[in-house]
Design a protein around this ligand. Structure first.
Ligand SMILES: Cc1cc2nc3c(=O)[nH]c(=O)nc-3n(C[C@H](O)[C@H](O)[C@H](O)COP(=O)(O)OP(=O)(O)OC[C@H]3O[C@@H](n4cnc5c(N)ncnc54)[C@H](O)[C@@H]3O)c2cc1C
Length: 457
């Protein structure tokens, strides 16, 4: 056995782990980063980046289909899955190379191999032990399944769906959360018959109900079918397809079924509990400063209960690095982390839903305003419909923003500043939004809540 020392050992080189390592290195710390697969983790290799490349291919397909309507001669001749794949893989490869270069340029020691936590704290990789003054756990998550659903063959998780080498005719998507909705959107743009099955009453059930309903309207128009408030009961797989049975006796025929029912924390078999870490339903228990129950051991990213998003992982990684560096940073609460589903149309939000705000402050103390993108010139030009809904406390700050429409994910940052800085609509109303942009829709909502609507009644 060889023992190595470092200021900090990071277990897992995904969004949370590598962000922590980069910030620690900036702060002059000697860092070891242990990764069993590839730096960049789920987001870069199997999550955010490859799925957004697919969604861009889907957008181009839709643009080609609709080109003639706006006077551009083009036709949609179909999807070339091999070419889509090489486009997607090319983007991932470039970003991966950039990340490896950055990690190496910051002088971070990368150890390739599967690590286990030891008390001390330390991380063991094979016969070697890496002992740090602090250890950060960032081992990420895995696709969950449902009882009676064995992944394989025609039953896919998002990983197999990304690798699918054919464009199927029919797909059933189990789960109407972000991953399910994004894949449904891609497949529909590729010409696939898609049915989403969601046990709760709406698609994207964690979003403001106005956003869910606007997405459902748009999906219905696009020919995406969904069964809401229905549970899956079984799947029968044959050589040429699958039959999905639901709890109300409905059966759905498809070529494939995508299981998109959430992601579980990757925390078992790595010595966490033996080293004094308390787990709750598999997630690592932390205090509000991301300290685990073992001294000098921290946790970031998808293993910490809450939003499983890459930018939350980045933020938590930076936070813990600065905490270790003695900078007493401010942790952004989950509610202020922006959320985007990159479907067609996109759904973006930050802060509280109207219902959550009413529950917290009382229904008489909350005011909401919904601006329809039909009134926004830029949205009309690009052919998208949707809403911008702003929730405020009466005579008080903006506490939530909920947007639906193509490209609205790019607008969420302004809304995030408003919510995070507890701005009042009256504070923002004097700021000018360039015309014609989709950001004007946010401006209109702020103006209306400040009592002086422009292009609205
Ligand atoms: C299909 C899909 C689409 C997504 N799209 C988005 C999106 O658009 N935007 C967004 O914000 N988020 C998105 N996400 C979520 C995002 O990918 C995760 O929130 C993010 O990757 C979590 O980062 P993490 O560092 O916690 O874990 P991960 O990225 O999973 O990284 C964990 C790393 O730890 C390594 N590891 C695990 N155990 C060990 C061990 N014992 N030893 C050594 N190494 C180990 C793994 O190999 C992995 O590299 C998506 C996820 C999926 C699945």
């Amino acid at each position: 056995m060889t023992e190595y020392r470092a200021d900090v050992v990071v277990l897992g080189g995904g969004s949370g782990g590598y962000a922590a390592a980069l910030r620690l290195a900036e702060l002059g710390k000697d860092v070891v980063l242990v990764e069993k697969d590839k730096l960049g983790g789920t987001c870069l290799h199997r999550g955010c980046i490859p799925t957004k490349a697919l969604l861009h291919a889907a957008e181009v397909a839709d643009a080609a289909r609709g080109a003639a309507e706006i006077g551009v001669r083009a036709s949609f001749d179909g999807i070339d899955p091999a070419r889509v794949r090489s486009y997607r893989e090319g983007i991932v490869a470039k970003k991966f190379k950039g990340l490896e270069g950055l990690i190496s340029a910051r002088g971070i020691r990368v150890v390739r191999g599967e690590g286990t936590l030891e008390a001390g704290p330390a991380v063991r990789v094979g016969d070697d032990v890496y002992r740090g003054t602090d250890v950060i756990l960032a081992t990420g998550s895995y696709s969950r399944s449902l009882p009676g659903l064995e992944i394989g063959g025609r039953i896919l998780t998002s990983e197999q769906a990304l690798d699918l080498e054919v464009v199927p005719d029919r797909v059933v998507v189990l789960g109407g959360g972000v991953i399910g909705v994004e894949f449904a959107s891609v497949w529909r743009s590729f010409g696939v018959e898609v049915t989403i099955v969601e046990a709760l009453p709406h698609l994207l059930p964690a979003e403001d109900v106005s956003s869910s309903k606007a997405l459902e309207r748009a999906f219905r128009k696009r020919g995406i079918a969904f069964q809401l408030g229905r549970r899956f009961s079984s799947v029968a797989e044959r050589a040429d397809g699958v039959t999905v049975s639901l709890d109300d006796g409905t059966t759905l025929e498809a070529d494939y079924v995508l299981v998109a029912v959430g992601r579980g924390p990757a925390t078992s078999g790595m010595g966490f509990e033996e080293a004094g870490i308390r787990l709750e339903r598999g997630f690592v228990s932390t205090d509000e400063r991301l300290r685990t129950t073992a001294a000098h051991v921290w946790a970031v990213g998808d293993i910490v209960v809450g939003l499983q998003l890459a930018h939350r992982g980045f933020q938590q990684g930076i936070f813990v690095a600065e905490e270790i560096g003695g900078l007493a940073p401010v942790l952004v609460p989950d509610v202020d982390v922006p959320r985007v589903a990159y479907s067609h149309p996109e759904v973006a939000s930050v802060g509280l839903t109207e219902a959550q705000a009413q529950e917290r402050f009382g229904s008489d103390s909350v005011q909401a305003y919904e601006y329809n993108l039909a009134g926004n010139g830029r949205s009309e030009i690009i052919g998208t419909s949707g809403i911008v809904k702003i929730v405020r406390r009466v005579d008080g700050p903006i506490v939530g923003a909920h947007l639906v429409g193509d490209r609205v994910g790019e607008l969420i940052t302004e809304a995030q500043l408003a919510v995070g800085w507890e701005a009042h609509p009256e504070d923002i109303a004097p700021f000018v939004h360039a015309h014609p942009t989709q950001s004007e829709a946010l401006g209109e909502a702020f103006l209306a809540l400040a009592g002086k609507p422009l292009h609205a009644l």
